[in-house]
Design a protein around this ligand. Structure first.
Ligand code: UD1
Ligand code: UDP
Length: 372
């Protein structure tokens, strides 16, 4: 038999884990690959939730997370510690995902080690270096040093082409592995949401917010919008699985801790979260992943940002940008609650981000490249 292709998949946060898990499972089941998982554990609890769901036991765990960590120390830790593993393992290719510090720093580390790099979820852009911060620059960096760009959509393919990266035949349109993960989870994992104690007679609004640009005043404004909506609509409840970042926890618990019909809960495992998205009447979020998942579940999404690197769902009409602006959030939610036609125009289930086969396309692309 030919020598196996040694692939090291690196990830560290919840969203990277959700989106890399289907690819880990795909590569592990194919005999042409030796799939090695290396987690930085930039996140700890929120990463472990995902590893458990997908039954992934990492081959290497750097266990890097520190309370309220900063970008400088995390970046240097990722670079120095992945260097050691790369020198020991000698991968044929390193795969990174998306736009986190784990992704940017690992891509740089693999580049220094002269190892080929594949970027999963390549080509997303706002073209604004400060928004989202620091993610826009992490993904530009990862794309710049990558030899294989796995782009989820036509738009992301175009962004790589326009960026002037001169790596021959590097671009693959694969769809987003998030849809692979969502379909796997919705189809295979039983969930019971009773433990959240939602009132079945009320409409549920699901809220998530964790972006650095929203820390402080903008997040307070989002919370104020929730309070105003709760006060003027007795038939709604808001559920917020609060991200573990202390910059989020402190603001949200102080503002919304004692507001009736607002449930602040711990971050949910992916399976109950997917089920909660499906059951929700409206989703308010600044998350990247949720913007990709909710359209395929047919739930209107209001994005708590002024710009997005995921314009496709906006074009289909199932997502709208409302920023972290209280008046805009309140008036748009109010319109969704009161205007059936408007609600139905946003409710259409579309899937601009994939068909559930992204991981197998990525595996095929790597196989073709390394067998030739
Ligand atoms: C990170 C990513 C962001 C991504 C987000 C997904 C960077 C710079 N930021 O932001 O792009 O959208 O993850 O959620 O890469 N914490 C815990 N337990 C956990 C996770 C976090 O306690 O499981 C707390 C810790 O105090 C940690 C802090 O949150 O120091 C910040 O974590 P960090 O990964 O630096 O930033 P995020 O805001 O999570
Ligand atoms: N998610 C989850 N539990 C939660 C909130 C979100 O499993 O309590 C999932 C969500 O479905 C999506 C991913 O986490 O797949 C998004 O992660 P996050 O919003 O933290 O990061 P981003 O996508 O903005 O980088």
């Amino acid at each position: 038999m030919n020598k196996k292709i040694k692939v090291v998949l690196v990830f560290g946060t919840r969203p990277e884990a959700i989106k890399m898990a289907p690819l880990v499972l795909e590569l592990k089941k194919r005999e042409e690959f030796e799939a090695i998982t290396l987690v930085t554990a930039q996140h700890r609890q929120m990463l472990d939730q995902v590893l458990e769901l997908f039954d992934i036991v990492p081959d290497y765990d750097l266990n890097l997370m520190k309370p309220n960590q900063n970008l400088w120390s995390l970046t240097t830790d990722v670079i120095m510690q992945t260097k050691e593993i790369f020198e020991k393992v000698k991968p044929d290719i390193v795969l990174v995902h998306g736009d986190t510090t784990t992704a940017g720093a690992t891509a740089l580390s693999a580049f220094y080690a002269r190892i080929p790099i594949g970027h999963v979820e390549a080509g997303l852009r706002t073209f604004n270096k400060d928004y989202p911060f620091p993610e826009e620059i992490n993904r530009v960096l990862a794309d710049a040093v990558s030899d294989m760009h796995f782009c989820p959509t036509d738009g992301s393919v175009e962004n790589i082409k326009k960026s002037g990266i001169k790596t021959p035949n590097s671009i693959y349109k694969t769809g987003n592995t998030v849809i692979d993960a969502l379909l796997y989870t919705v189809n295979n994992k039983e969930v019971d949401l009773d433990f959240i104690n939602l009132d079945p007679n009320l409409k549920t609004i699901l809220l998530t917010s964790h972006r650095r640009e929203n820390f402080g005043k903008p997040l307070e404004e989002i919370c104020d919008a929730v309070i105003e909506l709760i006060n003027s609509n007795k038939d709604i409840q808001v559920v917020y699985p609060v991200h573990l970042n202390p910059n989020v926890q402190n603001t949200v618990r102080a503002k919304l801790g004692n507001v009736e019909r607002v449930k602040l809960i711990d971050p949910l495992d992916y399976a109950p979260f997917a089920s909660l998205m499906k059951k929700s009447h409206i989703i308010l979020t600044d998350s990247g992943g949720v913007q990709e998942e909710a359209p395929s579940l047919g739930v209107p999404v209001l994005v708590l940002r002024d710009e997005t690197e995921r314009p496709e769902a906006l074009e289909y009409g199932c997502v709208k940008l409302v920023g972290a602006h209280k008046d805009k959030i309140v008036s748009t939610v109010q319109k969704l609650l009161n205007d059936k036609d408007f609600y139905n125009s946003m409710k259409q289930a579309v899937n601009p981000y994939g068909d559930g086969l992204a991981s197998s396309r990525i595996a095929e692309a790597i196989l073709t490249r390394f067998q030739n």
